[in-house]
Design a protein around this ligand. Structure first.
Ligand code: PEP
Ligand code: MG
Length: 325
């Protein structure tokens, strides 16, 4: 099967009914980069910048961050890379930083919360990203956004960095795309405001699921207890798709579910057209979508999601659809 998937590398990801799906891969270290060409991914939909911090023994300096990002962009050879601003805290431990105990680290001082409280840290990263993307395109997004005000705050810092760099004669990125991850349920009730503020939204389904279900993603007793393909979560995701369509905002999903063929099929069925996953999943997901009639699935799936009486699990419907097609 590995051979079979490799043979699909240069095949365009078009569904049977002709929809072009953007398949991107997740990465975080230089060793991941060769997989971009090997998997045939359209780009890197999630670059986890905290990994450089997690494997270092001291805080990477501006020059080290810049060199690292520059290297990533060079190796990506023209394919787009979406850098995620530092997501430290929760399940992502950086030993030389943030070493205090928290009762609920997933709900604690982490990601953009931490970055906004340590603006020096955030500004250094923004500066490194801007410098590394001089004369090319910078695509970046913020993790764990809870309120739209946090986006304003980061934009202000970004603006300061842009001014600083141009004052000292540095080249700037030709184009800047600024996005937010949708991982915190509170954003579900700010979708229009959120989408008016950003160029794109990327759903972090690992976190959005754990917070929606109040089930720790790292605790095996509860992490698989509820079904990601159950009605509640698929309805949440569908509301996001509808908001993105209403606002004409680019939308993608970069959690682990995008890499499982059956889940990826469900995502296409509710309207996602761009997903980012582990590189080894690109082949299996592409094989799935090449034989998928999205419109046909969408009809069945929407009807099931709208049905308030049926007891049949959505997963059963999806499995049946996959077997029949
Ligand atoms: C997610 O939460 O779904 C996500 C993509 O980010 P991470 O897994 O790094 O938290
Ligand atoms: Mg996350």
């Amino acid at each position: 099967r590995q051979e079979q998937f490799r043979a699909l590398r240069d095949v365009e990801p078009l569904t049977k009914d002709g929809k072009r799906i953007s398949l991107m891969m997740n990465a975080g270290l230089m060793v991941d980069l060769p997989q971009l060409a090997e998997s045939g991914a359209d780009g890197i939909g999630l670059f986890r910048t905290e990994l450089q911090f997690m494997i270092a023994s001291t805080m990477p300096k501006l020059e080290e961050q810049e060199a690292f990002y520059r290297n990533v962009i060079r190796q990506a050879a023209g394919r787009p890379v979406t850098f995620r601003a530092l997501d430290i805290g929760g399940d992502k431990v950086v030993s030389y930083f943030r070493n205090h105990e928290e009762e609920n680290p997933a709900l604690g001082w982490r990601a953009i919360r931490l970055s906004l409280d340590r603006p020096g840290l955030l500004r250094t990263q923004l500066r490194a990203l801007l410098r590394a993307s001089a004369d090319s395109e910078l695509k970046m997004m913020l993790p764990m956004v809870t309120e739209v005000a946090e986006i304003h705050a980061v934009r202000e810092l970004l603006q300061k960095e842009v001014q600083h760099l141009s004052k000292f004669g540095h080249s700037l990125p030709r184009r800047l795309q600024f996005g937010a991850m949708l991982e915190v349920p509170a954003l579900m009730w700010q979708l229009d405001e959120l989408m008016a503020e950003v160029d794109f939204v990327s759903v972090g389904s690992n976190d959005l699921f754990q917070f929606s279900m109040a089930a720790d993603r790292g605790n095996a007793r509860v992490s698989d207890r509820f079904d990601m393909l159950g009605k509640p979560f698929l309805r949440i995701l569908r509301d996001i798709v509808r908001a993105a369509e209403r606002n004409q905002t680019a939308l993608t999903l970069c959690g682990e579910m995008a890499g499982k063929p059956l889940s990826a099929m469900a995502l296409l069925g509710i309207g996602f057209r761009a997903v980012s996953m582990a590189p080894t999943s690109i082949g299996p997901v592409k094989a799935m979508l090449l034989s998928l009639n999205v419109d046909e699935l969408a009809q069945e799936l929407h009807a099931a999601l709208d049905d308030k009486r049926s007891q049949e699990p959505i997963r059963t419907l999806l499995t049946r659809f996959a077997e029949e097609h």
